[in-house]
Design a protein around this ligand. Structure first.
Ligand code: SAM
Length: 272
């Protein structure tokens, strides 16, 4: 068997109890469409394959892809980097379930890509670094709360299912893992996710500043008060619904500016 490759974050699950607990949590059914990211040597794939579900695998490591092809005949196996793959093509129109013991270094960029595809996703179960799971599930006014928390909770319900000690993997990583379930929300809050994302990027780069300062590129202190928000609070103190109010207010402002620009253009054209 080939050696684990550090550059691909290869820490393979060894603990049978942990593997069966993950599978029980996913509870795969024969009628499911499942996409597994980073199947590695097939620790989770085996049980998924045995259900007879419609299974696809995306694995970056060519030597492991060959091993998977011989172990799981009839499964769609893509030797690709999931960060570059065409996700919407992989997911198709029927809702897919996504599974993966993810390399810790790709988890955040991958999650942001998956949030753009939630219309095609039934649910996602991931093993991630425990700290990342804690950030995804964090409450306002706690140190783990930030941009990732709010964007995840805008798109999905996030639940930490259980923690996994480093000894469950080989080679043993330097961090604890945790299993997470993300269930896309049918009732997404009524804010433009691009505007919400821009606001969050800006304010959480000034985490220690008050909103009066951190938010000034988007909303003035008076406009924050109009949204019912105290400008003296800090970015980590606002919950999702308050950020949604800010994003709605920013969208209104931008629309107002566009209308004003159109009127000015029209006036200039008429007078010339
Ligand atoms: N699922 C297996 C297990 O639980 O034992 C392996 C998990 S290991 C932590 C992560 C797996 O993801 C490895 O097989 C690695 O080669 C693969 N991988 C790493 N980066 C990837 C990427 N960008 N796209 C697809 N697979 C990737």
């Amino acid at each position: 068997m080939s050696r684990a490759k550090k550059r691909f974050g290869q820490n393979f699950l060894q603990d049978e109890q942990v593997i069966s607990r993950i599978i029980q949590t996913i509870a795969p059914l024969p009628e499911d469409r499942i996409l597994e990211i980073g199947p590695g040597r097939g620790a989770l794939t085996d049980a998924l394959f045995k259900t007879g579900c419609d299974l696809s695998l995306v694995e970056i490591d060519t030597s492991l892809t060959k091993l998977l092809q011989s172990r799981f005949p009839g499964v769609n196996i893509y030797n690709e980097d999931i960060l570059k793959a065409d996700l919407s093509a992989l997911l198709s129109d029927e809702k897919s379930r996504i599974v993966g013991n993810l390399p810790y270094n790709i988890s955040t960029p991958l999650l942001f890509r998956l949030f753009d595809c939630t219309a095609q996703i039934q649910d996602m179960h991931f093993m991630l670094q425990r700290e990342v799971v804690d950030r995804l599930c964090a409450l306002p006014s706690t140190p783990a709360y930030g941009r990732l928390t709010i964007m995840a909770q805008y798109h999905c319900r996030a639940e930490k299912i259980f923690e996994v000690p480093p000894e469950a993997f080989k080679p043993i990583p330097g961090v604890h893992g945790a299993v997470l379930r993300l269930s896309p929300r049918a009732d997404k809050p009524p804010a433009n996710p691009l505007i919400l994302g821009e606001i969050l990027k800006q304010v959480f780069s000034y985490r220690r500043k008050t909103l009066r300062n951190a938010m000034q590129a988007f909303l003035s202190a008076t406009e924050l008060e109009d949204c019912g928000i105290d400008p003296g609070l800090r970015p980590e103190n606002l919950d999702l619904s308050q950020y949604v109010s800010c994003a709605i207010q920013v969208a209104r402002k931008q629309q107002g500016c566009r209308k004003a620009a159109t009127i000015t253009d029209r006036k200039l054209t008429q007078s010339s």
